[in-house]
Design a binder for this molecule. Structure first.
Ligand SMILES: *Cc1c(COP(=O)(O)O)cnc(C)c1O
Length: 354
């Protein structure tokens, strides 16, 4: 039983379509229809009328392509962080010749709005304002859901373009996509399709910025995907697109609000059961994401993970980096946002630790 915060378990209908013969993505119009239906359904899930693009490549491709499509050498970029993915954006900015300013809050805290405001004001006063800002909606490694709205409002006032990693939140909890210039998702998280596709909702402002500049890269670039009505820039990943189309159709059919409720119920059950077992949350409840629960078990996470895998055949995740042995993560997202499955997982953990 796969219960990690990505890749998530893939439902049978999605696995079935992958075994079917696939259309030639360059020649068969049915592929174009599937892609168009997929992007329309993704607009429903993202709750936006921004354009959607779906690129062949794991979620990381989207993060890199967003930076590569927007950042020009010498551009100043504000990287807002309280986790590993937030910090990592600064590396992409550097790789494409931009100059990142990393405002990093402790991993168990929310974003530091004062520090963000001060950095924006100081850059403007220096005559070298930020052109873009990056941030992460759900920091999956710590199970933290960030409140983006106050930050996005501030960025809008200063016409700073926003790039948001919503890979582990979109499809599981509401994302303020209409306020975001580039909002990134991945097939293998709340959509519960296999890894291999990245999704992005892109504002008109972001397209205008891309059109104004010289791309520093060709493959990690959204612009060739803006208009695919006459065909795709290169061969699309037919099996994965068919799989994601079925996966996202399941979400739309269930109803996006119902899907969010299912995530909240699964998260609540996970935390209730955790509290009965005296497993503290990392961070506190207020910031815990409905898509993933991180229990704080200093020095014990990897051994519990191992025992649950060996004796119960359930795969959970630990923390990452310095927190590897301190955090045990349960990925109740997508197909796994299910109270009875959560009970099964928590029973297994109880068997190990009691
Ligand atoms: C999963 C994830 C990604 C994609 O990267 P992986 O290599 O699949 O980990 C990007 N951002 C976040 C927040 C994620 O959870």
């Amino acid at each position: 039983m796969l219960f990690t915060p990505g890749p998530t378990a893939v439902p049978p209908e999605v696995r079935d379509i992958m075994a079917q013969p696939q259309p030639n993505p360059d020649l068969d119009p049915t592929f174009g229809e599937t892609y168009a239906q997929l992007t329309a359904d993704l607009q429903t899930v993202y709750n936006t009328d921004h354009d959607i693009v779906v690129l062949g490549g794991e979620g990381i491709l989207g993060l890199e392509a967003a930076v590569a499509s927007i950042v020009e050498p010498g551009d100043r970029v504000l990287c807002i962080s309280n986790g590993r993915y937030g910090d990592g954006f600064a590396d992409f900015v550097t790789a494409y010749g931009g100059e990142p300013t990393l405002i990093s809050a402790p991993y168990d805290s929310g974003y530091d709005l004062d520090a963000i405001e001060n950095a924006v004001a100081a850059a403007a006063a220096d005559g070298a304002p930020f052109t873009a800002a990056t941030m992460v909606h759900c920091e999956t490694p710590t199970g933290t859901l960030n409140d983006l709205t106050p930050v996005l409002e501030l960025l809008k006032e200063h016409t700073i373009l926003s790039i948001v990693d919503a890979v582990s939140s979109v499809g599981g909890t509401p994302v303020p996509t209409d306020r975001i210039d580039i909002c990134l998702g991945g097939s293998q998280k709340c959509f519960s399709a296999p890894p291999g596709l990245t999704t992005a909702a892109i504002s008109d402002h972001a397209w205008e910025q891309m059109e104004k500049r010289n791309p520093t890269s060709l493959y990690t670039n959204f612009l060739p995907w803006k208009d695919v009505s006459e065909g795709f820039p290169y061969t699309h990943l037919d099996v994965l697109v068919s799989a994601l189309a079925v996966a996202v159709d399941r979400i739309v059919t269930e109803g996006v609000e119902n899907v969010y409720d299912r995530h909240t119920e699964a998260a609540d059950r996970c935390r209730e059961r955790g509290s009965e077992l005296r497993l503290p949350l990392y961070p506190d409840t207020e910031r815990s994401s409905p898509t993933v629960t991180a229990f704080y078990l200093p020095g014990n996470a990897t051994s519990i993970q191992k025992e649950v895998a060996e004796s119960e055949e359930i795969v959970l995740a630990t923390g990452l980096g310095e927190l590897e042995d301190d955090i045990l993560r349960i990925g109740h997202m997508g197909y796994n946002a299910d109270v009875s499955k959560v009970d099964q997982v928590m029973d297994a953990i109880a068997n190990i630790i009691e």
